[in-house]
Design a protein around this ligand. Structure first.
Ligand code: GAR
Length: 205
């Protein structure tokens, strides 16, 4: 397949979602290819996975909140330099400035380990457990100018089990993420997902 859509994956951590995306993208017929992996954390697991997969890995260091605009512009520049048409946030723990949404309108996806709008932020699994919910889950959404807020593309529930810890619940949530994110990116790259304001429609669904 020669016309696969180039995507930039942004990750800060161990990169298990990135691993699932790379695995999907290695399969014949997958409509997207990972053109570049960008991280704010030198040496993180995601960058190690980039190297192992032979995909360019780039570091854009976090300069502090007062320079969020410049940081975001640099992320976009790196993505552009690799021809990326879609940006995929996979455990990227920095908040993008609005310039990213202007440069990649409705073309940035994020995955979040809770059923948004419940439990936004960086501690979603712990927050859900502390709240005592019986069901949490996974959300994939289009990124807009507010944190963990944009149009919801996909959700899947994950039950909270008696005795769950943050680690056990997050592990079950991640197992769902690893199937869901490659599936959503596939549909997005094929143009099977349309976004109109907050309303996301899956063509043919
Ligand atoms: C994932 O569970 C993702 O949902 C979460 O970080 C984890 C990254 O894991 N993202 C957020 O919490 C964003 N607010 P990974 O590095 O193994 O893919």
């Amino acid at each position: 397949m020669t016309d696969r859509i180039p995507i930039a994956v942004l990750a800060s951590g161990s990169g298990t979602n990135l691993g699932a995306i790379l695995e999907a993208a290695s399969q014949p017929g997958y409509p997207a290819r990972v053109a570049v992996i960008i991280s704010d954390r030198p040496g993180c697991g995601a960058l190690q996975r980039a190297e192992a997969a032979g995909v360019p890995g780039r570091v854009v260091s976090w300069p502090g909140a007062s320079e969020r605009d410049a940081f975001t512009a640099e992320l976009c520049d790196v993505a552009d330099a690799h021809g990326a048409e879609i940006m995929v946030l996979a455990g990227f723990m920095r908040i993008l400035a609005p310039v990213a949404i202007r440069r990649f309108p409705n073309r940035i996806l994020n995955i979040h380990p809770a059923l948004l709008p419940a439990f936004p932020g960086a501690h979603a699994v712990a927050d859900a457990l502390a709240h005592g919910v019986k069901v949490s889950g996974v959300t994939v959404h289009v990124v807009d100018e507010e944190v963990d807020h944009g149009p919801i593309v996909f959700q899947e529930a994950v039950p909270v089990l008696p005795g769950d810890t943050e680690e056990t619940l997050h592990a079950r949530i991640q197992a769902v993420e690893h199937t869901a994110y490659p599936m959503v990116i596939d549909a997005f790259a094929r143009g099977l997902v349309t976004v109109d304001g907050r309303i996301v429609t899956w063509v043919g669904a």
